[in-house]
Design a protein. Structure first.
Length: 231
């Protein structure tokens, strides 16, 4: 069999290749590495396409057709998980992420776990809190715990976890969420501080050096933009 390079965005290409790969696997006429790569890319494209459908059942059915070997692939689970979250249908994701995190600690999975609306919010929070035993200073885990506390309406505890996330090098997102929470709690001054801190983190990779003004230069406040008319 020869498999030519195809347009992965084509439904026909991905679907036909999926059927062909099943035959190739049975005949054992292709090396494992190449077969794995093609199978992974084929099902990944089908999963992406299914995510464009408004019916979440289409996405879940497509996921069920992904070979078990590929379902263990981080790329697959993150994509499937984010699509479920985007569709507000993330409940089936909770046990998948819980198992994946149990097998191997991965902050990308931990981050996504905080966005999952499982069928038992209290148990989900307890599960995530059990991870503190080995990862108590992980800013991603602390942010996830803050999200889950907010879902459980534990505002004070949420504030504590997200503050710890920020203090342990958390992202601008953690600052923004904490600022929003503080604003809801009526602590506007503290909220503004975290809005500013989040902004400073976001722009830190892009430092801007302004030219120094000599004492004799015109003050910026006195400068004006001159518009030249072509009339």
């Amino acid at each position: 069999y020869e498999i030519y390079q195809c347009d992965w965005s084509s439904d026909v290409c991905s679907s036909d290749l999926k059927d062909l790969l099943v035959v190739i696997r049975k005949l054992n006429v292709m090396g494992y590495d190449v077969l794995y790569q093609l199978t992974t890319e084929c099902h990944y494209q089908l999963l992406k396409k299914a995510g464009e459908n408004e019916d979440v059942a289409v996405l879940q059915r497509t996921w069920s057709e992904v070979p078990k070997e590929q379902r263990l692939n981080k790329k697959f689970l993150l994509k499937y998980g984010q699509l479920l979250v985007d569709k507000n249908s993330s409940e089936p994701l909770e046990p998948l992420l819980r198992k994946a995190i149990h097998n191997k600690w991965d902050t990308d999975f931990v981050y996504l776990y905080g966005k999952v609306n499982g069928n038992n919010a209290t148990r989900q929070l307890a599960t995530a809190e059990s991870w503190l035993a080995k990862h108590d200073n992980d800013p991603v885990l602390l942010l996830t715990l803050g999200r889950l506390c907010m879902r459980n309406h534990l505002w004070g505890k949420a504030r504590e976890y997200i503050s710890l996330s920020v203090d342990n090098g958390g992202s601008e997102e953690a600052c923004y969420i904490l600022a929003q929470l503080l604003e809801k709690l009526g602590e506007t001054d503290d909220a503004m501080q975290y809005y500013e801190k989040g902004l400073s983190i976001a722009v830190d990779p892009f430092p801007i050096e302004l030219p120094k003004l000599a004492l004799t230069e015109e003050s910026p406040s006195t400068q004006r933009l001159t518009l030249i008319s072509n009339k």
